[in-house]
Write a protein of this length. Structure first.
Length: 130
């Protein structure tokens, strides 16, 4: 019962970590900043004063005939242009040799994704940097 009350009483953002764990940020904004990219439109999340978008594709999946080839542009279909896709979950890691750092999956060949962190408020500096 307390857990249910917690979710109703506090604004929260839940972030999925790369190892599959969840992080809970209480008293954070729950708005969804939207960004338009060449890969389509994506809704992310805000933590403190930072907008975050994770799992944005930047190239076609390197599978099948594209395996071991130069990365090809990600093709956005007409139906994807009209929707805002969820960019709040990390995508799988690229397969790698185990170096003993206890990195756990999920792993997948389809791993060409970007994670982007941006200041919530644009910079007032002429060069645009914070």
């Amino acid at each position: 019962m307390f857990l249910i009350w917690l979710f109703y009483a506090l604004p929260v953002t839940i972030v999925s970590g790369s190892s599959g764990s969840l992080y809970l940020f209480a008293n954070e904004s729950v708005d969804s900043p939207v960004v338009a990219t060449t890969s389509g439109k994506f809704a992310g999340f805000t933590i403190r004063q930072t907008n975050v978008w994770v799992g944005i594709p930047y190239a076609a999946p390197p599978v099948g005939a594209l395996r071991w080839q130069k990365a090809q542009p990600y093709v956005v279909t007409d139906s994807q242009n009209d929707i805002i896709r969820n960019a709040t979950y990390y995508s799988p890691f690229c397969p790698q040799i185990d170096r003993g750092d206890n990195t756990t999956g999920p792993f997948n060949e389809n791993c060409l994704y970007l994670n982007v962190w941006s200041p919530r408020t644009p910079s007032s500096e002429p060069n645009g940097y914070p």
